[in-house]
Design a protein around this ligand. Sequence first.
Ligand code: PMP
Length: 420
Amino acid sequence: HPGFDIRAVRRDFPILNERVHGRPLIWFDNAATTQKPNAVIERLAEFYRHENSNIHRAAHELAARATEAYEDARRTVARFLGASSVDEIVFVRGTTEAINLVAKAWGPRHVGQGDEIVVSLLEHHANIVPWQQLAAQVDARLRVIPVDSSGQIRLDEYRKLLNDRTKLVAISQVSNALGTITPVPEIIELAHRVGARVLVDGAQSVAHLAVDVQALDADFFVFSGHKIFAPTGIGALYGKPEVLEAMEPWQGGGNMIADVTFERTLYQRPPARFEAGTPNIADAVGLAEALRYVERLGLANIARYEHDLLQYGTQLLQAVPGLHLIGTAREKASVLAFVLDGYSPAEVGEELNREGIAVRAGHHCAQPIVRHFGHEATVRPSLALYNTVDELDSLSRVLHRLAKGRRTLVTPGPERVQEF
Ligand code: PMP
């Protein structure tokens, strides 16, 4: 691939040298979490060796270093997302915390009795439950955009759901269960026509597609660092400045206040207003390093490489007898979810694990969409920039072997291979 040296990329990720059950590790669980490049691992060590301090408050050199590193991380996230100012970036624990922050700090002020919140059938539980809780709290209604048989959002049905009671549309840019890339630009434009705000869940998109929150005109954009080669426990919420300004704090404590007396407290402006307490300083610094790593490779290069990888993997899986891909939208990223006749997803996952291949088998915290396709669980290999065609070949070999050894209810033919 021109512009993308896969061997060099793989050398950047030391965990890819692990062996599991005597086999080289094949990490196909990237939708759950991604592995970390040396640059990130070393940046964390460097922070703790040379810069560690609490931030913003002290009069000493290390506080200045840590504060500078933390605020530089905010600048990096702002640049990465195409935000217009660092003040639009709030550090959070991850996507789940970002969505809960918006539901608590924006929700009750802007969504009232009889109002409507629109989500899609594709959503992760993190983009369902906080809205359900908000709806129950303010007596609003949750409405759901259906999907077509390929797992793509039905824009015609979405149009019909929108009305002047719609206050918020919360939508994933990429589905974690199916890999569908949703038509977020159209979704946002249509929502804005009825005066609704839009929250984009970027948990599964940021590592695979270039994002520009201003070009999208997103009101909120949220993601988790650990899904883009950064440490766990850190993520970001982007909000339009006028939207963040009009939000109440959601947690109280140090760092988020301008002045406190027992009679009243004055709050800081965003983003500090939403960062009560000592933040996750080191992991924010690690996140910035991960984003710089991705920027160096270039998301356009990454997307091209992964697109071809996903197509190759799709063809391989389609050739496995009795394998059914779940999610066949034309626009997809990373995910190859499937079920295999004769085996539970857990059995397939265990067999792959014995071969050193890590996948997720389950409902992927997205039960409504998995059930919509008639399953309680699927097997979900999910790709990232360090995966290869050879790894997909290994996956396919194991699946073909399982398919051959399938326990069938019909009378076995003469050439039936008895492996299980
Ligand atoms: N939304 C989507 C689409 C996800 O894939 C995930 C993680 N699986 C989340 C939200 C939640 O992210 P986190 O657990 O990092 O908060």
